[in-house]
Design a protein around this ligand. Structure first.
Ligand SMILES: Cc1cc2nc3c(=O)[nH]c(=O)nc-3n(C[C@H](O)[C@H](O)[C@H](O)COP(=O)(O)OP(=O)(O)OC[C@H]3O[C@@H](n4cnc5c(N)ncnc54)[C@H](O)[C@@H]3O)c2cc1C
Length: 400
């Protein structure tokens, strides 16, 4: 390593905590700022792909997440209109033994927080960052407090970061998410993320999401696609209206719907699409969703934030100065980010939109096309996050 830098990271989310852990582990002096009162994650379940798992492996955290997450071999979606498969991705089509890992966001957060604290990161809570100055290296909070100057500033404030540009595209559809105990004998595949669709207007999904702690019951994450402008109606109407529609789309989920007794159990997430530029502003760098927000259609966001965090540490390994290191960081990550931002943008209307043509074609063409070589390995590689060789660029071996 070059000299030890002082680093201020805004946001103790997935990217911010991972960056904090690796950078402090390299001997830098790191402070991480977040608005929350006590460290605690928001949200439901997510999928770690080969990319994210490789980064966690390099951080010495793979075993910890594997002990609590649920291995996933297959993504499997069926059109309720035609009964045909419209999504069928098996990781093994790319490589034997390759998996995704369903995990509760809270679990991943706990593992990263523990790693950051063990590495000596200083966590500053109840601090809402409103501005940053990439020239002077300071962060400013909403009470007028000035933090720094730091040699390097990292914006890990997520999709609504006040330090990056407002999203150009607020997507019409978001989703309701709930993590629920795995119901006995419900017949869901314990190693698959399953989905059901009606055109692209309705979609429900079930994803194994492991356990909150050792000995805790197995969970799954249930999600229901909803137009953002329908969310208030969902909350004000009797819950039975929504449950009737959800049951009609996928009768097997009745046992899950029975566990949902109030709208508060369903967390709403609106989706945005935005690639912020410039990524580097003086000694300020944007990572994770603050750089590249997208719908979770391809399940890459957390993995991309982990890749960004690790790339930052890689870039700083040899360089004594933040400026050249940040240019190196960009070279390590820009192409992969471009590819996945484009792919996610292209895939989103196929699964969540009011359009009729794309879903109609999807329902009729996907079943035969999914089987045609080279679709199976290409789709597995796409979902695993490997298009553009992000791991090779970071000098990381595939996770296993
Ligand atoms: C419902 C849903 C499902 C998803 N599913 C998947 C999936 O299956 N796989 C996947 O890889 N990704 C998934 N994602 C995306 C993934 O969660 C994000 O891409 C990832 O969390 C981005 O990490 P981040 O560090 O950039 O931001 P975040 O993890 O969002 O962290 C941002 C942090 O900044 C803090 N913060 C925000 N504003 C301020 C402020 N002004 N001042 C101080 N602190 C602030 C927040 O409290 C938070 O702690 C999903 C996202 C959603 C919403």
């Amino acid at each position: 390593m070059g000299r030890s830098l002082s680093i201020g990271i805004a946001g103790a989310g997935i990217g911010g905590l991972a960056a904090g852990a690796v950078l402090a582990g390299q001997g830098h002096r790191v402070a991480v700022f977040d608005q929350f009162a006590a460290a605690g994650p928001v949200g439901s379940g997510l999928m770690l792909q080969e990319t994210g798992l490789a980064v966690l492996g390099a951080m010495g955290l793979r075993e910890a997440v594997e002990a609590l997450g649920a291995p996933i071999d297959r993504l499997w979606g069926v059109s309720a209109d035609t009964g045909r498969p419209v999504l069928d991705v098996r990781y093994s089509a790319l490589r034997k033994g390759l998996i995704g890992l369903g995990i509760q966001r809270a679990t991943l957060f706990d593992v990263l927080l523990a790693a950051a604290q063990a590495a000596g990161v200083r966590l500053v809570t109840q601090t809402r960052i409103t501005a940053a100055n990439g020239q002077s290296g300071v962060l400013v909070d909403d009470a007028g407090g000035v933090h720094g100057p730091y040699d390097l500033l990292v914006d890990g404030l997520g999709v609504r970061s006040p330090l990056s540009s407002a999203p150009k595209t607020e997507l019409a559809y978001g989703a309701l998410w709930a993590t629920l105990p795995w119901p006995e004998g419900a017949g869901f595949d314990t190693r698959a993320l399953e989905q059901r669709y009606e055109a692209a207007r309705k979609m429900a999904g079930v994803m194994p999401s492991g356990r909150a702690s050792p000995g805790a019951p197995e969970s799954l994450t249930y999600f229901w696609s909803i137009r953002a402008d329908q969310y208030d109606t969902f909350r004000s109407e009797p819950l039975t209206h929504w449950k009737d529609a959800a049951r009609a789309l996928w009768p097997q989920t009745d046992v899950l719907l029975a566990q949902i007794e109030s709208p508060e159990q369903m967390a709403f997430a609106g989706y945005r699409h935005r690639t912020h530029a410039p990524v580097v502003e003086g000694r300020l760098v944007h990572i994770g969703d603050a750089w590249h927000a997208a719908s979770p259609q391809l399940g890459q966001g957390a993995n991309m934030a982990l890749l960004d965090a690790f790339a930052l540490a890689r870039a700083l390994e040899d360089s004594a100065e933040a400026g050249p290191a940040l240019q190196h960081f960009l070279r390590l990550r820009a192409m992969h980010v471009r590819i996945y931002q484009w792919m996610t943008w292209a895939f989103t209307p196929v699964y969540q939109s009011d359009g009729a043509v794309l879903p109609w074609l999807r329902d009729r063409l996907a079943a035969p096309l999914l089987k045609l070589w080279p679709a199976p390995p290409v789709l597995a590689g796409l979902v695993a996050g490997g298009i553009g060789s992000p791991l090779k660029r970071l000098g990381l071996a595939a996770a296993r």
